[in-house]
Design a protein around this ligand. Structure first.
Ligand SMILES: CC(C)(COP(=O)(O)OP(=O)(O)OC[C@H]1O[C@@H](n2cnc3c(N)ncnc32)[C@H](O)[C@@H]1OP(=O)(O)O)[C@@H](O)C(=O)NCCC(=O)NCCS
Length: 214
């Protein structure tokens, strides 16, 4: 049987004038049923931060549903934001460098462009896939595939790119072979690493930063 998936901006469920309005209590109840044991941070973000972050425009969460005859089932979500990235010229190809240069500021910006390539850094606004995860509470046969979820996020970014431009999207993921392969197979390339800040919940740890030209 053909199943169809669709993504909905979480804002719509909180907007009384929108036909998708369900209100904050019903929304919290809906996302309570989301489970992501292989990445607790992804589950925690949806349950404890996604609504506030969306309201404050820090990042926008999209709930992904499977459309069935009886009801729509929450199969996953992704969260998008616009953030600056800094990319060392030495970590990307010349073709990528040319694309990035069109939308970047260059460091050093004092005219010393003859500096060794590894010193040159491009800083640009980019689309960030801040979170992405599928709902593991569903039976395996009803789960969305990772590529389908990523495709929905990429299509949303492409629509924003159509309106506002931009040439690059990026994400930050744990240094684990499954995730690195998943993103590499879907066109992302590692370009740097970043150590997270210490929080009450987590010790600092290293994330791999990956980008994709769009
Ligand atoms: C990343 C993701 C979208 C890819 O989906 P997919 O290609 O359909 O792959 P699957 O979900 O079938 O996962 C394949 C295997 O990798 C495991 N896996 C999933 N996320 C993992 C993670 N973050 N770290 C390690 N292993 C992971 C799964 O448990 C599964 O193991 P199994 O085959 O033994 O059951 C999906 O696995 C997911 O939502 N993961 C949890 C959230 C997450 O890590 N998001 C990325 C944040 S950067």
């Amino acid at each position: 049987m053909m199943v169809s998936f669709y993504a909905m901006n979480l804002r719509r469920t909180l907007d009384k004038d929108d036909c998708a309005y369900i209100g904050e209590n019903a929304l919290s109840h809906l996302i309570e049923g989301f489970s992501c044991p292989s990445n607790p941070e992804v589950e925690h973000f949806l349950k404890h931060s996604s609504i506030e972050f969306t309201k404050k425009n820090q990042s926008i969460t999209y709930l992904v549903f499977c459309n069935t005859a009886h009801k729509d089932i929450l199969v996953g979500y992704y969260t998008l934001a616009i953030k600056p990235i800094s990319v060392r010229a030495s970590s990307i190809s010349r073709t990528m460098e040319r694309k990035l240069a069109r939308v970047s500021t260059l460091n050093p910006d004092d005219g010393t462009y003859t500096a060794a390539a590894y010193l040159i850094t491009y800083t640009a606004a980019a689309y960030l896939i801040a979170q992405i995860g599928k709902n593991f509470a569903l039976p395996k046969s009803n789960r969305i595939k990772g590529v389908e979820l990523l495709d929905l996020a990429n299509r949303r970014i492409a629509r924003t790119q159509y309106d506002f431009g931009g040439v690059v999207e990026f994400l930050e993921c744990e240094d684990n072979p499954f995730l690195l392969d998943f993103y590499a197979e879907n066109g992302f390339k590692a370009f740097d690493r970043r150590v997270t800040k210490s929080t009450d919940e987590e010790k600092p740890h290293e994330l791999v930063q990956m980008l994709r030209f769009i």
